[in-house]
Design a protein around this ligand. Structure first.
Ligand code: FAD
Length: 248
């Protein structure tokens, strides 16, 4: 019997084109996520619980672990964007996706997502920044990397940390709480503040053995990464840096 429009499952499984072929050639593994629950935290922040298609039995979903999600453009082609899996629960085979919302196809998909909606995803991602238990973490991010940063702090309460986050909306610090503990210093910067300068000052004062996690828009990510390497002589292995989004 055909499903009624209210119960029909929406599935984002677009044509992936060359981008998809390259990711497959590099060893990307496919899965399909299914939405199980939806939490509207604020107008600009939404959480979706997803079934991760057995991923937690096959892979170590370490803090900052991310997937490539295949959103669909109005013409049916693939719009691939990265999202972080947080709070993975191997007992139920589920995790959460957290969307810092703005204009965009991925954000629009999340706004409209309902229980049982599905979306294709591919695993081809980075490295665990806390695998070898650094002495200290300096994490620099914004709304897009908040899920990765807060999840790392939740899952590694043993690691002393300094967190710098760029605020876009006044209420961001309330919408996006970072775990509070004696060994973690958290500072939210206003949009006008020069996050690269503040980050490099913090990096210069960081204890030996610090691991640096830098995940902002492209320009400040490049500026901080270059400052860490060239100005401060930080070894490449201590820097986990990736532009999380591109401004236009
Ligand atoms: C490894 C990795 C993990 C990520 N994890 C998350 C996550 O868990 N949660 C999350 O919300 N994002 C995350 N991001 C960022 C997300 O992939 C991008 O923000 C993406 O561009 C959103 O796609 P879109 O289709 O909504 O917008 P796009 O089509 O890419 O862009 C549309 C417009 O929105 C602007 N824009 C895009 N991203 C942002 C932003 N973050 N803030 C303000 N303006 C923006 C663009 O400049 C453009 O003008 C992650 C990125 C990476 C690389």
């Amino acid at each position: 019997m055909p499903q009624s429009s209210s119960t029909r499952r929406r599935t984002s499984a677009p044509k992936r084109g060359l981008n998809g072929a390259i990711i497959t050639a590099w060893g990307g593994r496919d899965l399909r996520l299914r939405v199980l629950a939806r939490q509207e935290v604020a107008e600009n922040f939404l959480r979706l619980e997803v079934d991760v298609d057995g991923l937690l039995d096959r892979d170590e979903v370490y803090p900052t672990y991310w997937l490539r999600l295949w959103f669909t453009t109005p013409t049916g082609t693939g719009h691939q964007r990265a999202y972080t899996l947080v709070d993975p629960d191997p007992g139920t085979g589920t995790a959460w996706l957290e969307f810092f919302l703005h204009d965009g196809i991925a954000s629009d998909w999340a706004r409209a997502a309902r229980i049982d909606d599905e979306i294709d995803a591919t695993v081809l991602n980075g490295k665990n920044p806390v695998e070898d238990s650094p002495t200290h973490l300096l994490m620099i991010g914004d709304g897009a990397s908040y899920p990765a940063i807060a999840d790392t702090l939740r899952r590694r309460p043993d690691l002393p940390a300094t967190v710098l986050l760029e605020r876009r909306h006044g209420e961001d610090p309330h919408t996006m709480p970072v775990p509070v503990r004696e060994t973690a210093a958290v500072r939210w910067l206003d949009p006008g503040e020069e996050i690269a300068e503040v980050a490099l000052e913090a990096a210069a004062a960081a204890p030996p053995g610090t691991r640096f996690f830098v995940a902002l828009e492209g320009a400040p990510t490049r500026r901080i990464t270059s400052g860490l390497r060239k100005q401060l002589g930080t070894p490449k292995s201590a820097v986990h840096s990736l532009a999380y989004w591109k401004g236009r």
